[in-house]
Design a protein around this ligand. Sequence first.
Ligand code: PBG
Length: 340
Amino acid sequence: MSFPATRMRRLRATPAVRSLAREGRVHPQDLVAPLFVVEGRSVRREIKSLPGQHHLSVDRLAAEAAGLFRLGVPAVLLFGIPADKDKTPDARRAWAPDGVVQRGLRELGRRVPGLLLMTDLCVCEYTDHGHCGILEDGAGRKSQPAIANDPTLEALARIAVSHSEAGAQWVAPSDMMDGRVAAIRRALDEAGHSGVGILSYAAKFASAFYGPFREAAHSAPSFGDRRSHQMDPANAREALREMQLDLDEGADMLMVKPGLPYLDVIRQARDRFDAPIAAYNVSGEYAMAHAAAERGWGDLAALRDESLTSLKRAGADVIITYWARSFAEDWRRRGGLDGR
Ligand code: PBG
């Protein structure tokens, strides 16, 4: 049947019927909030490139995380930002028991019971050159870094064990070295942490949308770029191979990152795999909406809700987003209704 018997607008006539016809909803319980932990005391400093997000010292972390948890956000993803003087070629500060992430984990474990503690696992915040791996001996500072894959796995395994000893329940490797999931799984199991989950940044693209994050995390590479390990933006089939490999190596959840420019990859992953699929709504997606709203070119809450809804529609079960708090606050203010 077609027009005039079929009139699609009947499904859109009122808020009530739109509510019934709506195919999916974002809920605060789908979200993971990234948090940036820094050295120092009483630090809660807004990050210029990420409006509304803060650098938090360990003593300020629990209040922030408890607020999110009360709003229904079940998990946080911790990023550690060490002091510049602690950055070394081998990233050793990343597995120090008194590092910012390790102290932050212990604090959150004590003060926010029930909150799921996830950590980002990468060396780029901890290396003096800002790359996601240990460089080959004598590699020098060429235009592209020669990252030594297997020595980097050892560092990642150490960090994973160190995080889990401090109370991380899930680790999320974001480095894109080959074989890291298996190396991390083995190290965790050998250390007696077989209950710790792995959320793999499985399909992580070499993206221009990470710009604001690198300013927030002080992790911009000092030379070269990340194209020798992060994926080519054109490659969706290769992304599925990466995800299959990570599942085979023992990943519990798979991530696609960034989110909005890669909705097709999220959809294909959702259709092909039965593991939970996470999407990272990255810094550039967030900053872009803020920049547009500041110029009066869009309504921030509407840009936010449409962004998160798109990720959900594409097939993401879990959304990692800087909007976790603002979305959950508005959701509560509206009594759990969509407001559309
Ligand atoms: C670290 C890491 C990055 C992001 C998450 N983990 C940066 C990068 O790969 O350059 C990006 C997050 C964001 O942009 O919000 N390897």
